[in-house]
Design a protein around this ligand. Structure first.
Ligand SMILES: CC(C)(COP(=O)(O)OP(=O)(O)OC[C@H]1O[C@@H](n2cnc3c(N)ncnc32)[C@H](O)[C@@H]1OP(=O)(O)O)[C@@H](O)C(=O)NCCC(=O)NCCS
Length: 153
């Protein structure tokens, strides 16, 4: 099992390892990008800490996007390491980020992008978290379509 807590700068190397295990095929984020998220949106970055080892086994990185009436929450990244999947850790990380978007930023809705081939994540967002979606064709670099997901908070 795992505890969800707000991330701190000290967690970045462990988040980078999780990210690599979760997204082996994607371009790596620069260290400073994680720093920027934690600096600008400290209450929107969460990690899951394994009860036994204390190691970080999952993360969610959210942010606010847009100005004025367009202002809304956005999920920039979410991952749970393969050894700890199907334990509802992603659901808990998403609940924490969504709660903070409402309480800290008054966000009325949240959006995200997910690859059309990513059935696990699509099920999580649509079946467990109540997101609606539309398709953005050829969204990714390899021309894969994205599901653009959105949910009222
Ligand atoms: C997608 C991901 C974050 C899910 O993490 P997780 O902690 O295993 O998810 P949860 O245990 O919270 O699952 C909640 C629900 O998601 C769906 N789900 C999760 N894994 C699934 C799978 N392998 N196949 C189908 N549905 C799945 C199910 O609806 C599940 O509910 P259930 O347990 O009642 O069946 C994880 O597989 C992952 O890190 N994948 C690689 C990175 C990634 O794709 N991130 C999202 C990018 S948008």
């Amino acid at each position: 099992m795992a505890d969800i807590r707000q991330a701190i700068m000290f967690d970045i190397p462990a988040i980078q390892v999780c990210d690599l295990l979760c997204f082996p095929e994607e371009n790596r984020w620069d260290y400073h990008l994680y720093e920027e998220y934690i600096y600008f949106w400290p209450r929107l970055v969460y990690v899951a800490e394994d009860h036994g080892t204390g190691g970080i086994v999952g993360f969610v990185i959210a942010q606010m996007k847009g100005e004025g009436t367009e202002s809304h929450g956005y999920i920039a990244s979410l991952g749970v390491v393969p050894t700890h999947r199907k334990l509802r850790i992603a659901k808990k990380l998403m609940d924490a980020a969504q709660d903070a978007l409402v309480k800290e930023y008054g966000s009325e809705y949240v959006s995200l992008h997910v690859r059309r081939s990513n059935q696990a994540a699509i099920n999580l967002y649509t079946e467990k978290l109540g997101y609606n979606y539309e398709i953005a064709t050829n969204f990714y670099e390899n021309q894969e379509d994205a599901y653009v997901m959105q949910k009222q908070l």
